[in-house]
Design a protein around this ligand. Structure first.
Ligand SMILES: [Zn+2]
Ligand SMILES: [Zn+2]
Length: 364
């Protein structure tokens, strides 16, 4: 992850160098918008406050002017408390420190305050009206300083679109492609909060953004922007997410999930995992335990255990669809199973209640 502007860490430079090669990808949006840089004489540096090494005069100066930022972003699954908290120094320090701090400012009638989320115009943001959220960058205001109404600057922490994340240092199977760090569980309205900071001219702001922290307690996200995960500048790693379902997978809000109603359990399950379980059991009951596919000598085929190791033995033979059925004793989730085999002698379609994959309670 490169900061959108102002590179100081070697790590970030390396990452940017990698991203320059893919300049046609959305990741290139992290490059500095030239006209905005011209207006912002400040940059954010991350001083070496904890090193035992002898510092150069310049490094010592950064340490002397360092401030500590407690990140407003604390991910639910954060492995280390305060992982995103850090020292930073805005340079030139004397000019930055001489400016007065403000609690809010107004652009085009809109009041902005510390901790507000904002849309920021970047180099690829179309001029005029913008339809897509992703044509903007999104940041959170940490501090506002000004010399006069024409020169108002905000220190911000960036949030990134998943496509802007750098590829992970260690390969994982859940990345969407090889050019970015976007994961399969990232939703299309998802942002990743970071501790990359920058000073922006508030004239680059294009309105307030409505971003909230999703705690994975519901799947009721509609089209709102949310964040649930952080990306740490120092470790270049994403925070760990809660695992769900019996597959220990993640929650992608755009992939259907069902929750167990048992208060003690409350497991979120992927519909895909439920279907696999239901149809594997159906296959075992109807095909393997039944007499339908007996061979010429009348002996049943040996039971295949392959379904458990990932291969879907039911593929092409059975199909399942979920419904919510209103009955006299309330509404229940049911599944309609269809036998797709042309040779089957049993019923073609039937409906069953759905059981939790962990505690076996029937789902409401
Ligand atoms: Zn699952
Ligand atoms: Zn359960």
């Amino acid at each position: 992850m490169a900061p959108k502007h102002g590179l100081s860490a070697l790590q970030a430079e390396e990452t940017l160098a990698k991203r320059v090669k893919n300049s046609s990808t959305p990741a290139s949006r992290s490059a500095t918008p030239a006209e905005i840089t011209a207006r912002v004489p400040f940059s954010v540096q991350y001083p070496l406050v904890d090193t035992k090494r002898k510092l150069s005069k310049r490094e010592q100066e950064l340490v002397d002017h360092a401030e500590f930022q407690i990140s407003p972003f604390v991910a639910k699954g954060a492995s280390k408390k305060g992982e995103l908290d850090q020292h930073y120094t805005v340079t030139p320090s004397a000019e930055w420190e001489s400016m007065k701090k403000y609690n809010n400012f107004i652009i085009q009638g809109e009041v902005y305050k510390n901790n507000h989320f904002v849309y920021v115009r970047g180099q690829d943001t179309p001029k005029g009206s913008v339809e897509r959220d992703k044509d903007f960058w999104v940041a959170r205001i940490l501090q506002v300083r000004a010399t006069n109404p024409q020169h108002v600057y905000a220190l911000v922490a960036w949030l990134y679109w998943p496509e802007e994340l750098p590829p992970p240092k260690t390969k994982t199977s859940d990345t969407v492609n090889s050019i970015s760090g976007q994961r399969k569980y990232h939703g299309s309205h998802e942002l990743i909060a970071s501790n990359y900071m920058e000073v922006l001219d508030v004239l680059s702001f294009a309105g307030k953004a409505d971003v909230y922290q999703w705690e994975e307690e519901d799947d009721n996200l509609t089209s709102k922007l949310y964040w649930r995960q952080t990306f740490c500048r120092e470790t270049q790693e994403l925070s760990t997410l809660r695992k769900h379902c019996i597959c220990d997978g993640y929650f992608n809000p755009e992939v259907a999930m069902m929750i167990c109603d048992n208060e003690e359990c409350k497991l979120w399950m992927h519909e895909e995992c439920l279907i696999d379980d239901i149809l594997t059991k159906t296959y075992e009951r109807v095909v393997e335990d039944g007499s339908e596919e007996a061979d010429a000598n009348g002996a049943a085929k040996p039971a295949s255990k392959k379904g458990k190791s990932g291969r879907k033995i039911w593929k092409g033979k059975f199909d399942a669809k979920f419904h919510t059925d209103d009955t006299a004793d309330g509404s229940h989730t049911t599944v309609t199973i269809t036998d797709l085999r042309s040779t089957s002698k049993g019923p073609k379609t039937w409906t069953e209640r759905v059981a939790c994959l962990k505690c076996a309670s029937l789902l409401d």
